[in-house]
Write a new protein. Structure first.
Length: 396
């Protein structure tokens, strides 16, 4: 473990942000402290024990997705309670860490599990099912799910393959993949009854993408929302998915913005609409603010964060505001502090993190551009290949 400090170690630590270096020579998690005002302070680096990976540069100039996103995905790193999972695309594995609940910039590596395929790009975890699902995005692509088990003798946790949740997608891609036909994201619905996967098409080849839904009994449905071309980052509208049908939002850069649709219990998507985002180039990542319920999408090519309101009943979306944020903002995570929500977006062009206060709906304030101060160590490199973004808050 390596420790390095920034000049902003000023107030009480209440949580942490996490992203990964995604370095093909050795992947590291960068944990940065969240202060009471939402700004970031000191950082620590932890090796994953695996290797990062890079997809192929676009073969055609029409491609808009690659940019500062070498995995072309969302949720390459996630946090669930005190567990952190991160993909190692270059070594076909996923690392599992335990977060210290009192000092969340302190991580303990529990181990790494084989991804069961090639070039893993995204992960999802169900606390209720104690199940980790991995989205592989190389030549051997598809979903592999693992059960989290505790060894009572060693008191260590491990991940065991669930054969019934092995799903091959058979996308025509290589290892490493290009952008066309590549996989994007994987999430569980809030009740853990469905596993959702977004897969891009190839607009230059006149091929559309889809959103797949897999139920836990192994059945699957492929949804092709009208107007969708390259489904990317997935999110569920807050307040839906437990007692009501989940409302799914998916980013779609070639579709012109994002899509919204309702998922039935069988996995079919209905009432889907495509929402154009003004000035968008590569709207790829999505997250919701718990306080306002507003959707935030990020566009690394346009250097823009867009805030939208979506009516739960009518599904009618409304663009509330747009914010110009430098550094190619991409994967983002929103944390609910005691007095406000704060959006942390990875900015590979810095490289570092851009911090936006969401204290007032429709009037986000850019409060910090944070660049971890790295020691003079050749094994840790922050460049445009950094990936993932997740947050953890200390429980009161």
């Amino acid at each position: 473990m390596l420790l390095f400090f920034s000049a902003t170690f000023l107030n009480t630590v209440i949580g942490a942000t996490y992203f990964m270096t995604n370095d093909p020579r050795g992947n590291y998690i960068i944990a940065s402290s969240i202060q009471q005002d939402g700004r970031l302070g000191f950082s620590r680096a932890f090796p994953t024990g695996g290797l990062g990976g890079y997809n192929k540069p676009p073969a055609k100039p029409e491609s808009q997705i690659h940019g500062n996103d070498p995995l072309s995905s969302q949720h390459s790193l996630i946090v669930s309670d005190e567990l952190l999972f991160a993909v190692n695309a270059g070594s076909n594995s996923v690392s599992m860490f335990t977060i210290n609940p009192h000092q969340p910039t302190e991580l303990t590596l529990e181990g790494a599990a084989a991804s069961g395929g090639e070039f893993p790009v995204s992960v999802a975890f169900s606390r209720d099912r104690r199940t980790l699902c991995i989205l592989n995005g190389g030549a051997k692509n598809g979903v592999r799910c693992l059960l989290l088990v505790n060894d009572p003798q060693t008191r260590r946790r491990s991940l065991v393959l669930l054969p019934e949740m092995t799903k091959d997608l058979n996308q025509p891609i290589t290892t490493p993949p290009g952008v066309a036909f590549s996989v994007s994201d994987i999430i569980f619905t809030p009740d853990s009854s469905q596993l959702l996967v977004s897969v891009k098409g190839s607009p230059v080849d006149n091929q559309t993408g889809y959103v797949a839904s897999f139920t836990m009994d192994g059945k699957g449905v492929l949804n092709y929302p009208r107007g969708a071309l390259t489904p990317f980052g997935l999110s569920i509208l807050p307040g839906t998915g437990l007692t009501t049908e989940p409302v799914l939002v998916f980013a779609d850069p070639f579709g012109g913005g994002y899509g919204v649709g309702v998922l039935s219990s069988s996995g079919f998507m209905r009432a889907s609409v495509m929402v154009p985002v003004p000035g968008q180039i590569a709207t790829c990542w999505t997250d919701f603010s718990p306080r306002s319920g507003h959707l935030f999408t990020t566009d690394d090519d346009a250097n823009t964060v867009t805030e939208s309101a979506i009516d739960v009943k009518s599904l009618l979306p409304r663009i509330v505001s747009q914010y110009r944020i430098p550094g190619a903002p991409n994967d983002a995570s929103i944390a609910s502090l005691s007095d406000k929500d704060v959006l942390y977006t990875l900015a590979p062009g810095v490289p570092g993190i851009q911090v936006l206060s969401l204290a007032t709906a429709g009037s986000a304030q850019h409060i910090q551009q944070y660049s971890p101060v790295l020691p003079n160590n050749p094994e840790i490199v922050l460049n445009t290949g950094v990936q993932g973004m997740a947050t953890y808050l200390i429980r009161n």
